[in-house]
Write a new protein. Sequence first.
Length: 256
Amino acid sequence: MSTEKSNEEIVVLAILIRYNLPTVRRTNNPAVVELQNISKRLARLPILTNISITVYQGEKIGIAGPIGVGKTTLLYIMLGLITPDTGTIKMFSLSFETHRQYILQRVNFASSALKLNGYASVYENLLTFARLYRVPNPKHKIEKLVHNFGIEYLLKKNLKVYKLSAGENSKVNICKALLNNPEVLFLDEITAYLDPKSEEMLRDVLKKQTLQTVLFASHNLQELRRFCTKILFLKKGKIQYFGPMPSAKRILSYYG
């Protein structure tokens, strides 16, 4: 069978490029996140309106938009922390509503705002989560993760979490989120307190997981452009754009 594009495909592709429209990437990878008509109101104020997206295995999706547009709310809805007013969520082709516990064992979440148990040590916190996720050989897994992010000294000093800097807390959160080798990883402003070297460490670790799907909410457009291949841009709670990563100039135009 010929692998050349038909004349019809070439014409369609030319139209998409001419009018700067997003092309649909054909993939053999399965859909891992499917949102249909997700809406949420808080105190009668619409936060999200009719959000419908499909995310495929291995995709790295940036979620961007002005402050207060609903980025974190959308992540919390996908994690089951907030219940949408309308719409359906599927992960791994399963209804989130009926397979919640099974799905949550296959995903994880990290946020710069997430507070761990401040009066427990870093190791105790990570060990607790490792046991919740039934991680085999948790000691080895924890040591490997902290080594990847250059924070072995936190274990050696047996530091309590409340003594950590904001950057150290973010790194521990990332280690927590990678304990169960999640198939879908949700990140919320996780690089806000990371230095450039730590940001690079995070990118390197995640890029090695080619089949891992990442949804990364951030105000840092430069960081999203370096790491993500697609972007979901929200404006006034609605999808302004969802598709391949556009130019920086075009992304900035969405804020207007």
